[in-house]
Design a protein around this ligand. Structure first.
Ligand SMILES: [Fe+2]
Length: 165
């Protein structure tokens, strides 16, 4: 990790090791977002039932958003001098999300499964806000955007379950 500790052109965090620690936190969020996008695409193909058409379309919007957020998070780590690993094996090892069932998935099950996973990820990202903010406000700002977007998605999914706003 010489490049993380030596260059004078890197963002001046208080201690060089904080760049790697912060980047690892960002990488963990990256893994969750990539996994969410994979799961979303799976459900985009698997959804059946009367609401399959709007859900099929909604899922592509969500997948696009998670891919964009993943890119922003990864690029913040890169700006800190760290190359995050967004490949399949790293994502499988790093994300805590459970896979969705194989085969057709009924529309109301899709909404429930998706709501639960978006809520799980937003909660875990939210838990990282305080500690990352102690070290690097710019990285915290990136994660605040992630939480705000995920919680908005969570609301728009939750109301489809008939829950109160
Ligand atoms: Fe498609």
């Amino acid at each position: 990790m010489d490049s993380l500790t030596n260059s004078i052109y890197l963002p001046p965090l208080a201690e060089p090791h904080e760049r790697e620690g912060t980047s690892r936190e960002l990488e963990a969020v990256l893994h969750e977002l990539i996994n969410l996008a994979l799961i979303g695409k799976q459900l985009h193909w698997a959804v059946v039932g009367p609401w399959s058409r709007p859900l099929h379309l909604h899922l592509d919007e969500l997948v696009a958003s998670w891919r964009d957020l993943a890119d922003t998070v990864a690029e913040r780590a890169a700006a800190l001098g760290f190359v995050p690993d967004g490949q399949l094996q790293a994502v499988a090892a790093g994300s805590q999300l459970t896979p969705v069932p194989q085969g057709p998935v009924e529309d109301h099950v899709v909404v429930r499964e998706l709501t639960r996973r978006v809520a799980e990820v937003s909660e875990r990202v939210r838990a990282r806000l305080e500690p990352i903010g102690q070290v690097d406000l710019a990285s915290q700002d990136v994660l605040i955007d992630v939480v705000r977007e995920l919680e908005k998605q969570q609301w728009l999914l939750r109301v489809q379950l008939g829950e109160h706003v």
